[in-house]
Ligand binder design. Structure first.
Ligand code: SF4
Length: 265
């Protein structure tokens, strides 16, 4: 069996959610404009480092704008594209990130064999330099700033810890492209310790053991004010409401390990 960060985090968020997604084959309909924009933007970034035209890639990958996508707030596809172009220009002007071999150090696949004999796979956005320091790079697009306080909070980001564990590289950085009225780019750096990597390895082994024991009890964790069930795409299944299932989900045949999600989140 192949596991990924996305699978482990889905199980830790709610084991029932993991069962809906990975065992029963339900998937959210791909109509969220922000997610589709994020994919197109990351491809544009990759093109920028290959010295191709990133704006052309962004427009080309965004041709699905009329396919009934769902938008949050006042977003429209044209507005998102405009913000994307501004962010690409700002990023190029900042000049803080370097990727020396863009064809071989972007979307790099890393594999590990777990103690149970299963495999774990990660796709790292890029390996390069931030302000001259070699590090693992992760791109994020967001409509809101990531927290920067208290100092060092990025080192607790589980995905960054995972990427450090997979690559063996201490220095990691999240580059957050914030789409708001005045666009902003956050350069969030963190140093991951060996102890954090060991703890993450233990967490993965423990989670895989629970998955393989067939433990999928609903366990969303929090009540008011941030009950995750309210935003969970699988709520129609848990509430047995066919109309909600029909509106938000599709069922794909066969086992989908969600590895494509690794490429885009
Ligand atoms: S609706 Fe709640 S209980 Fe059901 S899968 Fe989602 S988070 Fe879990």
């Amino acid at each position: 069996m192949i596991y990924s960060y996305t699978q482990i985090s889905q199980y830790l968020g709610c084991p029932r959610r993991y069962r809906h997604r990975y065992l029963d084959g339900w998937q959210e309909k791909d109509t969220r404009a922000a997610m589709l924009f994020g994919r197109a933007f990351e491809q544009a970034l990759a093109a920028l480092f290959r010295r191709e035209d990133p704006a052309a890639v962004l427009f080309e990958r965004g041709v699905c704008k009329d396919m009934g996508m769902t938008y949050s707030g006042n977003d429209t596809w044209d507005r998102m594209l405009q913000q994307g172009i501004q962010l690409l220009e700002r990023f190029a002007q900042d000049g803080r990130v370097r990727i020396r071999r863009p064809r071989s150090t972007q979307q790099v696949q890393f594999n590990r064999t777990l103690g149970s004999g299963n495999n774990f796979v990660s796709y790292i956005d890029a390996i390069g330099e931030l302000d001259g320091t070699p590090c693992v790079l992760e791109w994020k697009t967001s409509s809101a700033r990531y927290p920067e306080e208290p100092l060092g909070i990025s080192a607790l980001d589980p995905q960054l810890v995972c990427y450090s564990w997979m690559t063996g590289i201490d220095e990691v950085a999240q580059i957050v492209f914030v789409r708001k009225r005045l666009v902003e780019i956050q350069y969030l750096r963190a140093t991951i310790t060996e102890e954090q990597r060991q703890e993450f390895a233990t967490l993965v082994d423990d989670t895989v053991r629970r998955i393989e024991s067939g433990l999928f009890l609903p366990h969303s964790g929090i009540r008011f004010p941030q009950n995750p069930c309210t935003t969970c795409p699988f709520i129609g299944l848990c509430l047995d409401k066919p109309d909600l299932v029909e509106a938000g989900l599709v069922r794909k045949p066969g086992v989908d390990l969600g590895l494509f999600n690794e490429l885009v989140y």
